[in-house]
Design a protein around this ligand. Structure first.
Ligand code: SF4
Length: 78
């Protein structure tokens, strides 16, 4: 799944929302989140993010490694 990382916090540009073919990007209070079970890994959202906040899960920079869990927990409370 793709993950929205720290760059989105307090930015929420929303360019990604227009690109997602399955509408699996949801708006939260300070960031946007990708539903991990709905994302079809098409990659369309990644290049349109103006702050490059979107990564494939396994390619998240170390400093944002917690965001995979953070995205998932929005939809699947642990
Ligand atoms: Fe949506 Fe594709 Fe981005 Fe997944 S990779 S969030 S399906 S645009």
């Amino acid at each position: 799944t793709y993950v929205i990382a720290g760059g989105c916090v307090d930015v929420k540009d929303k360019a990604c929302l227009d690109e997602c073919p399955v509408d699996c990007i949801y708006e939260g209070p300070r960031s946007q989140y990708i539903h991990p079970d709905e994302c079809v890994d098409c990659g369309a959202c990644e290049p349109v993010c103006p702050v490059e906040a979107i990564y494939f899960e396994s390619e998240l920079p170390d400093r944002w490694s917690d965001f995979a869990r953070a995205n998932a927990e929005v939809f699947i409370p642990l």
